[in-house]
Design a protein around this ligand. Structure first.
Ligand code: TGC
Ligand code: FAD
Length: 387
């Protein structure tokens, strides 16, 4: 009997329907053929591989779990599997898809006017229009309710002032979904590239997510027409609901990074002969590889149940918090351990665990730090907010 696949130990694939499996396979093949050969160098060059954007659009990956407006209308489990395959390549690619689909297309779809949806969504699905999401500010991202960016009515327009920090895709985006405090509470705006007073600048040197663009946004008396305000977005609930969508994808994506690390550690330890035997024949290496398998299996089952709940319309934000917290922590621990198993080779650009490890240091921070998710779960089970 063939050995069990360490990256699908409990045959989770058998719990997927044929469309889910087929999409995972085709995105996975694309990652093998198009992403893996170039991503190490792109990371080294601190370059987002924008040449892949039209190919991802062609596969229908942008906003793939949205209905209409040239979106693929796939279920949420399939969206999760797409994120998993992309992040097996690199967190930067999954980030691009998360921001485009969950943080920009989703709020336009959920909170936008009919005109806004027609104007923006098809072009975004085709990858011709790139979005970014501006919530975090320089004075602290965990508490967005304390944001300083202000929107003030001026006749039929709004005047926006403020700054946003750590914004994925900021300088390459054609539009920014900007969240601002106003006399009417928190409101969301579609700020277009070229609006006077709106500028962006790259955060040029990072140790993490080097194959992704991260930027600052500046809003200096930017005049935004009422037609660019998301009419149905009222209060902090609106941006937080976007985060729920993106965190869902991250909970799946992290599994991809972890499986890439396990595979590489397993291959290396089968080949590396020390003290007269492959290191995979030693007890401590086997225990570590077995532990990676156990943790990945748990994460897969958690993500799948989360996806099934989301597809039934029953997923709760605190459940997303458990999954994002658990799965990113799992992936980061596995990436660090795999890096160590590779010995000195593990610090080379030729190997992936160190790249995944460095990326996951961002992933564990963005979309709610680990602490924020622990406290979100704590609030759910005690009824008291300890933030
Ligand atoms: P709180 O009183 O809890 O909530 C205000 C209102 O929002 C509702 N709500 C949610 N709705 C949907 N999804 C969620 N996850 C929600 N969390 C809360 C809540 O019911 C309430 O509604 P209503 O109608 O009663 O007003 O607000 P709070 O100020 O106490 O904050 C709670 C806390 C700390 C959990 C929240 O501020 C938080 O999540 N902080 C972390 C911020 C964060 O994650 N930022 C991410 C920025 S975007 C990003 O990182 C993109 S990286 C993307 C990439 O490159 O992949
Ligand atoms: P802070 O909020 O200042 O937190 C600092 C520390 O305090 C953390 O360890 C935190 O866990 C801890 N802490 C916070 N509150 C408490 C508490 N109550 N009790 C105990 N400890 C606490 N944001 C966007 O809006 N859009 C984007 O596209 C985007 N992309 C990003 C891309 C990258 C590569 C990175 C790194 C970040 C990105 N972010 C983005 C920002 C991200 O969401 C924030 O970094 C994150 O929310 C944390 O905010 P902060 O960095 O200001 O840390």
């Amino acid at each position: 009997m063939a050995s069990l696949d360490p990256t699908d130990f409990m045959d989770v694939a058998s719990l997927l329907d044929s469309e889910e499996r087929q999409t995972q396979r085709s995105v996975g093949r694309w990652v093998d053929q198009r992403v893996l050969p170039l991503i190490g160098q792109a990371f080294d060059e601190h370059r987002f591989p924008s040449e892949l954007v039209p190919e991802m659009a062609e596969m229908g990956l942008f906003g793939c779990n949205l209905e209409g407006y040239e979106c693929a209308g796939l279920n949420n489990v399939t969206y999760g599997l797409v994120c998993q395959e992309l992040e097996r390549g690199d967190s930067g690619l999954r980030s691009f898809v998360s921001v485009q689909g969950s943080l920009c297309m989703w709020p336009i779809h959920a909170y936008g006017s009919a005109e806004q949806k027609e104007r923006w969504l098809p072009g975004m699905a085709r990858g011709e229009i790139v979005g970014c999401f501006g919530l975090t500010e320089p004075d602290g991202g965990s508490d967005p309710g304390a944001m300083n960016t202000r929107a003030k009515r001026d006749g039929d327009d709004w005047i926006l002032n403020g700054a946003k920090m750590w914004i994925t895709n900021g300088t390459i985006a054609d539009l920014a979904i900007v969240w601002a405090e106003s006399d009417e509470g928190v409101l969301g705006f579609i700020v277009e590239k070229g609006f006077q007073g709106y500028t962006s600048r790259d955060i040029a040197k990072k140790f993490s997510l080097r194959a992704s663009v991260t930027s600052e946004l500046f809003l200096d008396h930017v005049r935004v027409p009422e037609a660019n305000r998301l009419p149905d977005a009222q209060g902090l609930r609106a941006p937080l609901s976007c985060l729920t969508q993106a965190r869902f994808g991250i909970a799946w994506g992290a599994i991809g990074a972890a499986t890439a690390c396990l595979r590489e550690a397993l291959e290396f330890s089968n080949e590396r002969v020390l003290f007269g035997r492959p290191i995979s024949h030693t007890q401590t290496i086997q225990r570590r590889l077995a532990d990676m398998t156990r943790r990945i299996t748990n994460a897969q089952l958690l993500a799948l149940q989360l996806g099934r709940l989301k597809d039934k319309g029953q997923m709760r934000p605190a459940q997303v918090s458990v999954a994002k917290w658990n799965n990113v922590r799992m992936a980061l621990d596995i990436a660090r351990d795999a890096r160590d198993i590779l010995g000195a080779s593990g610090i080379s650009i030729e190997t992936s665990p160190i790249r995944h490890m460095l990326n996951l240091e961002s992933v564990i921070t963005y979309e709610g730090t680990e602490t924020i998710h622990e406290l979100a779960v704590g609030r759910e089970i005690t009824g008291f907010a300890a933030f």
